[in-house]
Design a protein around this ligand. Sequence first.
Ligand SMILES: Nc1ncnc2c1ncn2[C@@H]1O[C@H](COP(=O)(O)OP(=O)(O)OP(=O)(O)O)[C@@H](O)[C@H]1O
Length: 361
Amino acid sequence: MARITLDHIRHAYGPNPQADTDYALREVHHEWKDGGAYALLGPSGCGKTTLLNIISGLLQPSHGRILFDGKDVTDLSTQARNIAQVFQFPVVYDTMSVYDNLAFPLRNRGVAEADVDRRVKEMLEIIDLSDRAKRKAQGLTADQKQKISLGRGLVRNDVNAILFDEPLTVIDPHMKWVLRSQLKRLHKQLGFTMVYVTHDQTEALTFADKVVVMYEGQIVQIGTPAELFEKPRHTFVGYFIGSPGMNVMPVSLDGARAVVGSQDIALAEAPKSVAGDRLQLGIRPEFIRIGREGMPVRIDRVEDIGRRKIVRADFEGRPIAIVASEDVEIPAEPKIAFDPAGVHIYVNSWLAGSPATAGEA
Ligand SMILES: Nc1ncnc2c1ncn2[C@@H]1O[C@H](COP(=O)(O)OP(=O)(O)OP(=O)(O)O)[C@@H](O)[C@H]1O
């Protein structure tokens, strides 16, 4: 397994890129740990597949280098990079048996037949297809075929990394959950470096040690699920992670006080800002208390979601979402208070005090 270094990578599909917007991938400069499980998360078109294809060698970046364990592999083919890939749709040989499909990547590398047999049998157990080992792949369901693809990705123990591109798309919801948990367990057990592309936050948050959030061709944050929740470094992370997402509102600063409309909000410390910067205050709905004390709001509606409720309200002329537990009573003249630990100030969309890059992995 390998440590993956993305060294000042940029990629444009068109010729002569000039502006940032010409790049499908803008400056990506990070180091991913050997044995780490990374999920690339972001909306459609943000550059996830482009980055994955650069790592696998399907695509040559317009600028920058990619290194595995410090060795430059930018010019190496996918084959020479020694990685396993699992795609959105199953890649299986229909005329081969399930067993032979799993054995294929090992036999291809000249692994001794006794070892092939041991590993294939282990993998058949893991993907729960032992009873179908001798059947041809042809007659299997899409679910089962995708399990074979996963098995083929995982069967070798000498790969530098395993790359997954939305591998659970064709899997039904229950099986998705099962396979996700299995992958997580396998990762702990086998310790491979894993890069997993998804646009589904639940999938990313339950599976990965580190979630790499991408937006408009950039990595805006790499963090644990808790870090992404507690301290979004970019307003997009606040909006994209969480349900509902973070409330973001225009703000002006007066030392260590934030001013929203006619309300003053005390901050833990005075953030630095520069004249002309666009300032916003972000607070997740979970960090707002509703009751009789604080700043007035007008309730628009209350959504019951089991043990919690989402209160949709108007605060200083803007919509705001508040999450309260089901037993909280909403008074006739409701007021809200912000927990200072959950109040963040953003300067031109980036968390005040953090550089406009996503930092270390
Ligand atoms: N072969 C290509 N030629 C030109 N532009 C491309 C090509 N592939 C992707 N793009 C563009 O590059 C940008 C990033 O695309 P990419 O497929 O990497 O995003 P993604 O996050 O993986 O999206 P999705 O979740 O929809 O797969 C998009 O604007 C896309 O239109």
